[in-house]
Design a protein around this ligand. Sequence first.
Ligand SMILES: *[C@@H]1O[C@H](CO)[C@@H](O)[C@H](O)[C@H]1NC(C)=O
Ligand SMILES: *[C@@H]1O[C@H](CO)[C@@H](O)[C@H](O)[C@H]1NC(C)=O
Length: 394
Amino acid sequence: MINNNRIGVDNDSETVTSNAAQPKKLCEYLKRRKVMCITFIIIVLAIIITISIVIVKTKKTNSEQTSTIEETTIQITEKIEVTTESPTTSTSTTTSTTPSKPKFNKWKQNASTVAGGNGEGQQLNQLYAPVGISIDKNKNIFIADRLNHRIVQWKYNAKEGQIIVGGNGQGHQMDQLNEPTDVIVDQQDYSIIIADQGNTRVIQWLNQTQQILIHNIVCYGLTMDKHGFLYVSDWEKNEVRRWKMGEYNNEGIVVAGGNGQGDQLNQLNNPTFIFVDEEQSVYVSDHINDRVMKWRKDAKTGVIVDGGNVNQLFYPQGVIVDDLDQIYVAYSGNDRVMRWREGKEEGETVVGGNGQGHQSNQMFSPCDLSFDDEGNLYVADEWNHRIQKFEIIL
Ligand SMILES: *[C@@H]1O[C@H](CO)[C@@H](O)[C@H](O)[C@H]1NC(C)=O
Ligand SMILES: *[C@@H]1O[C@H](CO)[C@@H](O)[C@H](O)[C@H]1NC(C)=O
């Protein structure tokens, strides 16, 4: 290689010397050089022009591509909106394509108190053993303030609540309640439905008017489905029944339990809170049996979905299922909220699990659970007399 190079250099110098020796040829050489120079300049100019044209073109195509991406995103969003409107279409397939939808995954472990937290009492900024909660679209919180015998509403970011029903002592008069355990808000007509357990009745308040929907039931948990049914758990008869909303002049039908007190798969033992999914499967916190059951629509027996913590004194209370079929359970017996999947033995702690206490990462008998539209998790922290909000980590 080195040799070849040397040879090359020698050849070049030879040509130069031979040109310089003949003046005619030198003249021709200079002419040629001029021509070469001009050609070179033309070529360089041509290259510069071509490059700038190419740059402008690529910029254009880039912006065109971005706009097509934007268009497809808009189309995807429209599709999702359509699917969420119709309850029959499954949203699970479209969920994966939604980048903006908050994934229910992790929450800050230190909660903020959004209602109560000022000790046990009956002032408007206090609660006394709250159990059931509901959050409406505007993040207003409705609370079954059990031992104050009232339903209170804490508007979003409020420093104190307003009494919606009761608050006139324990009793069965129109303006009284007796240890209400749960409350749900019907977003359609803004009526509220109350499990007035101590008075063994389910009542509805609509436009300042009370109506008794169901008599003689030791009700505990309430829920509604999208098909217009109301579900009520019966603490004493160990069953869950449902009624078509607006048609309460009948016994309703049993959708879980109803085979006496016991721990067989077709029985319950003091059911508390309930949840109904899109397929009308009923999830029940089977409190004394220390398990959460799922009863599919029309099933004669239930399935244990929280691993079956028999006799561990976890005492499940609030139960809620997210769009990904993950089951969240509040265990009043060991002060934490856990997450399960049907068919999986292992669950995971979502919040709490730091012992019983009143620090922001602790609870004392967590009861009902609720999510707001953004996926923040609310827990009725019964014996701390407060409602805790665990913010979702996006
Ligand atoms: C409440 O009832 C009153 C009197 O019947 C009626 O005028 C009013 O429109 C009702 N309000 C709502 C929100 O239904
Ligand atoms: C959460 O609360 C616990 C108990 O009060 C405290 O020790 C910890 O520092 C807090 N963590 C954060 C991130 O604030």
